[in-house]
Design a protein around this ligand. Structure first.
Ligand code: DC
Length: 220
């Protein structure tokens, strides 16, 4: 089965590339960050201690991911409520980054992530897709961008959602998050040996997508 892993820090355009490839190649989609974000969000609204591994694992196993075949649409359901629209904000991302350094929690989430791999194939996006969750993925990408590009992209995404934050605040928050994701002991953000690194500064979404498609074709 074709598995395409896309990893990289926050704001490099992983999500955009992943969704474009899902559309073009008609594959299934795993946004692994949404799993960490969902647990973070539920822990936050229920005032759960972020060091309480057992509670975090319980939350993870109570979330239902309703996968719609060959589509990027996955409904994330907790206690009969769809929470998709509540998790994509900077506060939840920060908590997600904190809890994601928990090795036991990460281990408890391996099988749910692998269960997204269904015919005809999967585009999996995150921090450890190519290194840990799908080490045998046929195609691996690692996207990079400089700090200012990353923050500007994230700022635009937030603006589209009507959320206002300052660029300097965003740069600081992204740096803090990336530093934590890079330096944690459990599945840190690393470039897999067999990944194609795409530097996305000064490249349009279309440029990145074309580079990725070329690589996918040459890997077949
Ligand atoms: O991709 P994202 O911004 O939605 O991810 C939010 C946080 O979740 C990120 O800062 C670290 C964590 N994460 C992770 O540890 N491993 C993944 N595969 C995906 C996300």
């Amino acid at each position: 089965m074709l598995i395409i892993a896309i990893d990289g820090p926050s704001g490099v355009g992983k999500g955009t590339l992943a969704l474009n490839l899902v559309e073009e190649l008609k594959l299934n989609y795993l946004n692994s960050g949404s799993i960490y974000r969902s647990i973070a969000y539920i822990a936050e609204i229920n005032s759960i201690d972020l060091n309480n591994t057992e509670e975090l694992i319980n939350i993870g196993s109570s979330i239902i991911f309703n996968i719609k075949p060959n589509s990027h649409k996955v409904d994330i359901i907790y206690e009969n409520k769809t929470i998709n629209n509540l998790i994509f904000n900077e506060e939840t991302a920060k908590i997600a980054s904190k809890i994601s350094s928990n090795k036991t929690l990460r281990l408890s989430l391996v099988s749910i992530q692998r269960s997204f791999a269904k015919e005809p194939g999967l585009i999996a996006e995150g921090r450890d897709m190519g290194s840990v969750i799908f080490p045998n993925a046929e195609v691996k990408f690692f996207l990079t961008a400089n700090n200012e590009t990353k923050a500007k992209r994230r700022l635009n995404q937030l603006k589209e959602k009507g959320i206002n934050v300052s660029l300097t605040q965003l740069i600081d928050e992204l740096n803090e998050r990336d530093k934590r994701d890079l330096n944690r002991k459990a599945s840190p953000l690393i470039i897999p040996d067999d990944a194609l690194v795409i530097e996305t500064d000064n490249k349009s979404i279309k440029d990145v997508q074309e580079e990725a498609i070329k690589h996918i074709k040459s890997s077949n």
